[in-house]
Structures are given as structure tokens and as C-alpha cells.
Design a protein. Structure first.
Length: 122
């Protein structure tokens, strides 16, 4: 027992050294595992970021196309006749209709004259 009492500081030092080595090994293992997890998370986030960026680029392209389509529609609408133009055309159609009615009346008079004289259609 007396010899054990002489060497207890060496035994305590060996136990402390073993404990320090175990702690260091666990720290290295944890660091490696955490690095793997962080790398996996970074890769996942990078992929998600690239997909989001591609989606945004696609939306920007579609928005540009739609803006061009809207501009073309506005250009086409600008070429359409206005209410004043339609009113003017309507007035001209009414004038032509009255002239056609007058011509029809004249044709009916001529037809009546020929029928009265005995001329047949032919």
C-alpha cells in the first residue's frame, strides 16, 4: 500500500492524459461530423438558390415577353377606329342606303312602265 501511495500522482496523470485524449478524439469526431452536416446543408442551399435563380430568370423572361405582347396589343388598339370614325362611317352608310332606296324606287317605276307596255322579263 505504501508503494501505491508513492505512485498515485503518476496514475492520476495517466488517467488525466487518457481523459484528455478521449475528449480530443471526441472533439475531432464531432468536428468532422459537423463539417459533413454543414457541407451537406450548404450544398442543399446552393442547389435551392440555383433553382430559385433559374425560376426568377424564367419569370423575368416571361414578363419581358408579356410586356412585348401588351405593347403590341396597345399598338393594335391605337389603330382601331374611334367612336367618331364609326359615327362618320354610319352616316355614310345611311347616305348610301337612302340613295339605294331612291334607285330601287326608280327601278320599280321603270319595271312598272315596261310591264304596262307588255314587255316581259327575259
Amino acid at each position: 500500500m505504501s508503494s501505491l501511495m508513492k505512485y498515485w500522482p503518476i496514475a492520476a496523470l495517466a488517467i488525466q492524459a487518457l481523459t484528455a485524449w478521449i475528449c480530443w478524439s471526441l472533439r475531432q469526431l464531432a468536428t468532422t461530423e459537423v463539417k459533413k452536416l454543414v457541407d451537406a446543408a450548404v450544398a442543399s442551399l446552393t442547389t435551392a438558390d440555383q433553382e430559385a435563380e433559374a425560376a426568377v430568370d424564367d419569370h423575368e423572361t416571361r414578363i419581358t415577353v408579356l410586356e412585348k405582347d401588351v405593347e403590341a396589343i396597345r399598338h393594335d388598339i391605337a389603330k382601331l377606329p374611334t367612336k367618331a370614325d364609326l359615327a362618320q362611317v354610319s352616316g355614310k352608310v345611311d347616305t348610301v342606303a337612302s340613295k339605294v332606296d331612291g334607285a330601287r324606287a326608280g327601278i320599280e317605276r321603270i319595271e312598272s312602265y315596261f310591264l304596262a307596255k307588255g314587255v316581259e322579263r327575259g
